[in-house]
Design a protein around this ligand. Structure first.
Ligand code: DP6
Length: 348
């Protein structure tokens, strides 16, 4: 008999960025962060988890990612497997009639509906889907927050993809990480007219991975101390208020300031790390031009650990933002129509 469960998890894009670990092993952050989870129909990972006593034990656990065998021996994947197996084993110990799934090899098959090479944060959707698929397979009575604790150990940003809408990852204080998990600030339907546009500036894999980039920033940047002590706590409070009040002006300002602050700490890292390039900076200027022309803030940019721009705007301003963005950006990108994913909505 083969036991099986499938699930999908969407991508999330942070508006207050996670950057820095206080514990690299448990993947505990130096600051809280907040993101918008984007629609599954556009960007998501679909994962099927199965296990069977007939799967040869010698083959161990395996993962097929977009049709290619992928390594599962890494410490982060192993931590997720271990946490999920331990919870299943506890259920099996309490009820001996349950099949011993925790002792069987796991097979995972994962597909992204967007090119992994697009430079999008695929690890967030990937680990969120992996954790939920196995939790479903094991029939664990776990809440999304509890699953976010496990997904966090796979990739920090993954803990936010267990929820839809507007999601906070609270950094927590406990040394064992038991209070470092995600919660939902607001459902997607609270502010359903939010939209995101992704400008794929470069599909190349990023130069410095976020994992190693943030370690270097923590170790060498003085500006980073100011960011975690003052800037982020203020941005978190202002952002939660902006979302609760559906205040796009405030949402946009905090989003852009937090992205700028994060990239400033990267530049203050020694040696410096540069994720944005000339096209990224042209996109920032295009957003400023659009906002000036509109006489109010209609668009907000944010950049993760790469050159791709994510632009947040409201549905009613689609024409003012999307209609003019590429016009203003001019010839900065050849064939930009192929490099843009637009109209992304917050997902439930
Ligand atoms: C810039 O979650 O990829 O996208 O925990 O080491 O896997 P690890 O890092 P990861 O970092 C994401 C950093 C970011 C900001 C964010 O998503 O909050």
């Amino acid at each position: 008999k083969v036991y099986r469960a499938s699930t999908t998890a969407p991508v999330n894009i942070a508006v207050v960025k996670y950057w820095g670990k206080r514990d690299a092993k448990l993947n505990l952050p130096t600051n809280s962060s907040l993101s918008v989870t984007l629609s599954q129909s556009d960007l998501r990972t679909l994962t099927t988890a199965s296990c069977s006593a007939s799967y040869p034990a010698s083959e161990g656990d395996s993962l097929l990612l977009n049709g290619e065998p992928s390594d599962v021996s890494g410490a982060r994947t192993q931590a997720c497997f271990r946490e999920l197996r331990a919870r299943r084993a506890a259920l099996e110990a309490a009820d001996p009639s349950l099949p011993k799934l925790s002792t069987m090899p796991l097979r995972l098959v994962s597909e992204n509906n967007f090119p992994t090479a697009a430079g999008l944060a695929s690890s967030a959707a990937g680990f969120a889907a992996l954790v939920r698929a196995i939790a479903d397979l094991y029939e664990l009575p776990a809440s999304p927050s509890e699953l976010s604790l496990i997904a966090r150990q796979g990739s920090g940003s993954a803990c936010r993809s267990l929820f839809g809408g507007y999601v906070a990852w609270r950094m927590g204080e406990a040394a064992d990480g038991s209070d470092s998990m995600a919660d939902q600030v607001a459902e997607a339907k609270h502010w359903p007219d939010m939209r995101a546009l992704i400008l794929v500036v470069s599909a190349a894999k990023k130069g410095v991975s976020s994992t190693s980039g943030m370690q270097q920033t923590v170790a060498t940047s003085g500006l980073f101390q100011e960011r975690i002590a003052k800037v982020v706590p203020e941005n978190m409070a202002r952002m939660e208020k902006a979302i609760k009040e559906r205040d796009f002006e405030a949402f946009a300002e905090v989003t852009m300031r937090d992205s700028n602050s994060f990239h400033a700490t990267c530049a203050d890292t020694y040696p410096p790390i540069f994720y944005m390039n000339d096209v990224s900076r042209a996109a920032i200027r295009a957003v400023e031009t659009i906002n000036q022309a509109a006489g109010r803030t209609v668009a907000a940019y944010t950049f993760d650990a790469g050159p791709n721009a994510v632009i947040y705007y409201l549905e009613k301003d689609t024409e003012a933002v999307v209609g003019t963005f590429f016009h203003v950006l001019g010839g900065a990108i050849d064939g930009w129509k192929d490099s843009v994913i637009k109209g992304l909505k917050p997902t439930v």
